[in-house]
Design a protein around this ligand. Structure first.
Ligand code: NAP
Length: 372
């Protein structure tokens, strides 16, 4: 870490990344746009693969070193040419937020989260790209609790059908090992692809245009639209800190190593209190016992359907939330080996509030209300 980094800016804006050219997938996403910003701030030329160039222009900085390539990761041919000459690829694109909404497409989920990763690795190897950083998730870990937090050595859980998103991320990790083995066999000593993996916790922060489940909950709480939530918690991490892990992993992450970027565990009511403090609006939802969580999610889905809106939470999302309640992980390796620090929750939420406010997504603050 730079000695001159301001507190809460682990990388330090403007620190050189040591990477000349990087291709980023999922650049319009919560993590991807933070990766793009950090790379540009570090003097790296960035090629961003995006599905919708107009949307990308709206969300990403207008910067001379940023080039947009319209492509779809489920068809590597749409962006394979752009891989040539890259020092690294940071792969953040995934079928993620869509899975937590009704009517998700499981075939597309596995195609995006598993098959597309295999195709990317093969194409990157063909184009002599030395490094591909893959984004996995702490959800893949099969263990880790308060007494013994999970770490990079914790074996993955089984890719069971109760959570297809998690299953896809577990399968992707397996598929990566399979592609690496096959390429090693084909190229022997000439094989040189380095594939570090980053495992984020539940990401929050500015730039959540999707929005993901975090942005959705943020806005619902700020608008006072959530009356109750289960007394549960999760590992919350600022997407910008995960981006710093991705960039550091691209620079110097070990081949095949996993890096957990889990931030800290917070109860939901603390997260919601931070939202209410930062926005000066909304109310902190009442705490419900965990068994009430699934009926509550059913009710939210039903109400949203009746109003023709997207639900704040679904049963699928609630199940994942409850699983995360027990999970604890350690990010010690990323802190030690990649020199990463994690921002405090209040800073993440305050910056996210400012981002939503700038987009006029927050309700008006009552006169005389103090905003944290
Ligand atoms: N958010 C979390 O809490 C969390 C936690 C653990 C792991 N992760 C992982 O972290 C990564 C980033 O997640 P995120 O939170 O940034 O998600 P996000 O905001 O939903 O962003 C996903 C990005 O992937 C792009 N994308 C999806 N399908 C694509 C396709 N077929 N071709 C090209 N681009 C495609 C999306 O493009 P559009 O803008 O066009 O939709 C978007 O830019 C993912 O791998 C996710 O699984 C996320």
């Amino acid at each position: 870490m730079s000695d001159t980094s301001p507190p809460g800016d682990p990388r330090g804006a403007g620190d050189s990344t040591g990477l000349r050219r990087v291709l980023v997938t999922g650049a319009t996403g919560l993590l991807g746009n933070a990766v793009v910003e950090q790379l540009l701030a570090g003097g790296t030329e960035v090629t961003a693969v995006v599905r919708n160039a107009d949307r990308a222009r709206e969300l990403l900085p207008d910067h001379f070193a940023l080039r947009l390539v319209t492509g779809d990761v489920t068809d590597v041919r749409t962006y394979a040419d752009a891989l040539r000459g890259m020092d690294a690829v940071i792969h953040t694109a995934a079928y993620f937020r869509e899975y937590y909404q009704p009517g998700h497409d499981l075939e597309l989920l596995y195609r995006t989260n598993v098959a597309a990763v295999e195709e990317l690795l093969k194409a990157a190897s063909d184009a002599s790209v030395p490094t591909v950083v893959h984004t996995s998730s702490i959800a893949v870990l099969g263990g880790g609790d308060v007494r013994s937090p999970g770490d990079e050595g914790t074996p993955n859980g089984a890719p069971t059908q109760d959570n297809h998103y998690r299953a896809s991320k577990i399968r992707a990790e397996r598929a990566i090992r399979g592609v690496e083995d096959a390429l090693r066999e084909r190229y022997g000593a000439r094989y040189g692809l380095r594939v570090p993996l980053v495992l984020p916790g539940w990401m929050w922060g500015p730039g959540d245009a999707g929005p993901t489940s975090a942005g959705r909950l943020f806005l619902a709480v700020a608008h006072g639209a959530v009356k109750a939530l289960p007394a549960a918690g999760n590992h919350v991490v600022d997407a910008r800190d995960v981006a710093a892990v991705c960039v550091a992993a691209a620079e110097r992450g070990d081949a095949g190593h996993r890096y957990i970027a889990g931030g800290s565990w917070y109860p939901l009511h603390e997260i919601c209190s931070a939202v209410v403090r930062a926005t000066g609006t909304g109310t902190v939802p009442r705490r419900l016992p965990a068994p009430a969580a699934m009926p509550l999610a059913s009710l939210m889905e039903w109400q949203a359907k009746a109003r023709g809106k997207e639900p704040v939470a679904t049963r699928t999302g609630m199940r994942v939330l409850l699983e995360g309640d027990r999970r604890r992980v350690s990010s010690a390796r990323a802190i030690r080996e990649l020199d990463i620090a994690f921002r405090p929750l209040d800073q993440t939420i305050a910056d996210q509030a400012a981002w939503h406010r700038a987009r006029r997504q927050l309700p008006a603050v009552a006169q005389g209300t103090r905003i944290a």
